[in-house]
Write a protein that binds this ligand. Structure first.
Ligand SMILES: C[S@@+](CC[C@H](N)C(=O)[O-])C[C@H]1O[C@@H](n2cnc3c(N)ncnc32)[C@H](O)[C@@H]1O
Length: 310
């Protein structure tokens, strides 16, 4: 969503997921964070990204803290129950005493009840690139961690973290986009997509796996937006597909099967986000896709390739 407001996002990631984070940020915001901070006019729910820790809806952006304090006095901000915290950033942090002073001085200029217990509004103050910011802070609620324990999962299921990123990249953060996971397994991407409010549907050819996928969706009180079907029979068209490509190590998938899956993804979707254990660029190009972005996620000896194609 675009409005005249500006948002300061505080980002963090483990070193092995840096590339994945940058890929998600490019898809959502058309740019990468600098020093784990990203400022954008695009409004994105911080709880929908595993990498966004906080979102500050900027009210004042000034050269000095004193200017912000002067504006607060002039504008007479009324808040019922509030607290004010300092957002510590990766770079350019000020001393503990300065941080405490800044939140106290802001708090003193708000008309309302300052409370640490369940405040209605959390104000955030921070200094970034020699500028001071004050705004409404929203923290990532981290509720997605609950999805890490599913009733049914397989060794080749995607992790919750990867699934969430894939859905964000496929949709570019737009909940109006129609997304399809045509080889959805036990519904890992569906659980993430549906819980984030995206329009996502899944197909799976194996009836036992479909049964388990439905158990997972019901477990999290989500609509069972999945059908047992061979993806090659899909007639509808989608804005984007997510393809976690079946791999010979886990199933009897041949190279021809993989090529057919990518060909069908091309037929049914304008955009494809594909995850694989091998480099399959040639198949993707053969299917008529252009590779517009990519990353590799390496954890120990484990490597996964993610392609964004149109
Ligand atoms: C790599 S697994 C997907 C795992 C899934 N992302 C998860 O986290 O559970 C690939 C899945 O594609 C399914 N599949 C293979 N060929 C298919 C086809 N033609 N139509 C639909 N599903 C298919 C397989 O049964 C398998 O469950």
């Amino acid at each position: 969503m675009n409005d005249s407001k500006k948002y300061l996002y505080v980002i963090n990631y483990p070193a092995y997921e840096e590339e994945l984070c940058m890929l998600e940020m490019r898809a959502l915001f058309d740019r990468e964070p600098e020093d784990k901070v990203l400022i954008s006019q695009i409004k994105f729910n911080p709880s929908n990204s595993i990498f966004i820790k906080k979102r500050l809806e900027i009210i004042y952006e000034k050269e000095t803290l004193q200017e912000i304090l002067d504006y607060l006095e002039k504008d007479e901000m009324h808040l019922k129950d509030f607290k004010c915290e300092y957002l510590r950033l990766q770079k350019g942090n000020i001393s503990y005493e300065e941080r405490i002073k800044s939140t106290r001085e802001v708090g003193l200029r708000i008309i309302g009840n300052s409370t640490m217990i369940e405040p209605e509004t959390i104000l955030g103050v921070t200094k970034y690139n020699d500028k001071w910011f004050l705004g409404i802070n929203e923290n990532n609620d981290c509720k997605w961690h609950l999805h890490e324990t599913k009733p049914c999962s397989y060794s080749n299921s995607l992790s919750v973290r990867t699934a969430r990123v894939l859905v964000n990249i496929a949709s570019k953060g737009d909940s109006k986009k129609k997304i399809i996971d045509p080889c959805c397994g036990v519904a890992t991407t569906l659980v993430e997509g549906l819980s984030m409010g995206y329009d996502i549907f899944g197909y799976e050819i194996n009836p036992k796996i479909v049964k388990n996928a439905k158990i997972n969706l019901k477990h999290f009180d989500l609509e069972t937006k999945i059908m047992k079907k061979d993806m090659h029979e899909i007639k509808e068209n989608y804005d984007a597909s997510i393809i976690d490509i079946p791999y010979g190590l886990f199933s009897h998938t041949t190279e021809k099967d993989q090529q057919d899956i990518i060909n069908t993804a091309r037929r049914i979707s304008k955009r494809m986000v594909m995850v694989s254990f091998e480099i399959l660029d040639e198949m993707v190009l053969n299917a008529g896709f252009e590779i517009i972005d990519r990353c590799t996620v390496t954890k120990g000896t484990f490597k996964r390739y993610i392609l964004v194609c149109q």
